[in-house]
Design a protein. Structure first.
Length: 327
């Protein structure tokens, strides 16, 4: 069997990616330091003979004895609530962690796909965002720790591609949602759904006119997989261009949950993007990919997932202690 290393394997996207690879006859070594990931996301893989978990921080030297065909680098805090609490670890995994996995890819002669983000576009002045847009990022703002970690990730990846001829892929992930997200993730979908489950009013920041576009995890993972198997080494946007304002989205959540919560408004966080919509022309042309699952279906599946969890499981998703992790 072909073999892949997935960093961040116990995270939201990483765990779904492990499932996808295993379903396509690729054995998986999952690696995670569990700073934001959870073993519950990969508990169903425990008995799978083609899956092995390694508890390890990719910022430290990575020692893998086996040969590898693929490395998929998804280790990183990805939500504002996380990277604002652990900014130094966020920068380190984008820099040191990426350096380590690229070195491993070179040593193993493995193809490597690194997970970048739409956040590299910052608060965009171009709409929708194409891969050739350089972005509008505040390097010293609170969100800069994540934005710049990912921009550096892209730069060092291309340096390894050009200087060492490493076989690289770069995906720019736009807002993704679905089962296995954390309720305390800090992003709008779990935040709204958590408030709905607790019977709280929905919090909208600013006046709600800012826009987002949401891609269901099943579609996102299919795009990632197609990029991995492609021969294209420059960045590719993977996301759903179906754009909606946050205020309208809050109204959709209230309708979906059948609740009568009010919408309350709070000040907009600093440097929060006012528009976010991917141009997916490259993904369509190069990968033959576009999202298939409509937001109504995806949101229902996500809400059903959260409702299926026990109160104990929900409590675990709402509390996370970062104090034991070194910076």
């Amino acid at each position: 069997m072909r073999k892949a290393l997935v960093t961040g394997a116990a995270g939201f996207l990483g765990s779904h990616l492990c499932d996808k690879l295993l379903a396509n006859d690729i054995s998986v070594i999952g690696m995670d330091n569990l700073i934001t990931g959870s073993m519950s996301n990969i508990a169903h893989l425990e008995e799978n003979p083609n899956f092995r978990f390694v508890h390890h921080d990719v910022c430290e030297f990575i020692d893998i004895k086996e040969e590898l065909d693929y490395i998929l680098h998804f280790a990183s805090p990805a939500s504002p609530i996380d990277y604002l609490k652990i900014p130094i670890q966020t920068l380190k995994v984008g820099a040191l962690g990426t350096h380590n996995v690229l070195g491993l890819a070179r040593a193993k002669n493995a193809r490597i796909l690194v997970a970048s983000t739409s956040e590299i576009y910052g608060d965009p002045l171009v709409h929708p965002q194409t891969e050739d847009y350089f972005g509008n990022v505040n390097t010293i703002g609170p969100r800069g720790v994540y934005d710049e970690a990912k921009r550096y990730l892209e730069s060092i990846t291309m340096a390894y591609h050009r200087y060492h001829a490493v076989d690289t892929r770069i995906i720019r992930i736009f807002n993704t949602y679905g089962p296995r997200m954390r309720l305390n993730d800090g992003r709008v979908i779990p935040a709204f759904m958590g408030q709905a489950l607790r019977g709280e009013d929905l919090t909208v920041f600013g006046d709600g006119s800012q826009t987002r576009s949401f891609c269901f995890v099943e579609d996102e993972i299919e795009g990632i997989y197609r990029l991995l198997l492609s021969d294209y080494h420059l960045p590719v946007n993977i996301g759903n261009p179906d754009e909606i304002s946050i205020l309208d989205f809050a109204k959709e959540i209230i309708k979906l949950t059948g609740t009568d919560q009010k919408i309350v408004f709070k000040p907009l966080p600093k440097n929060d993007p006012l528009q976010r919509k991917p141009d997916i022309t490259k993904a369509r042309e190069i990968l033959g990919w576009q999202p298939k699952i409509r937001r109504k279906e995806g949101m229902q599946r996500t809400y059903d997932y959260f409702k299926s969890l026990s109160r104990e499981e929900l409590n675990k998703m709402e509390h996370r202690d970062f104090s034991s992790f070194k910076s």
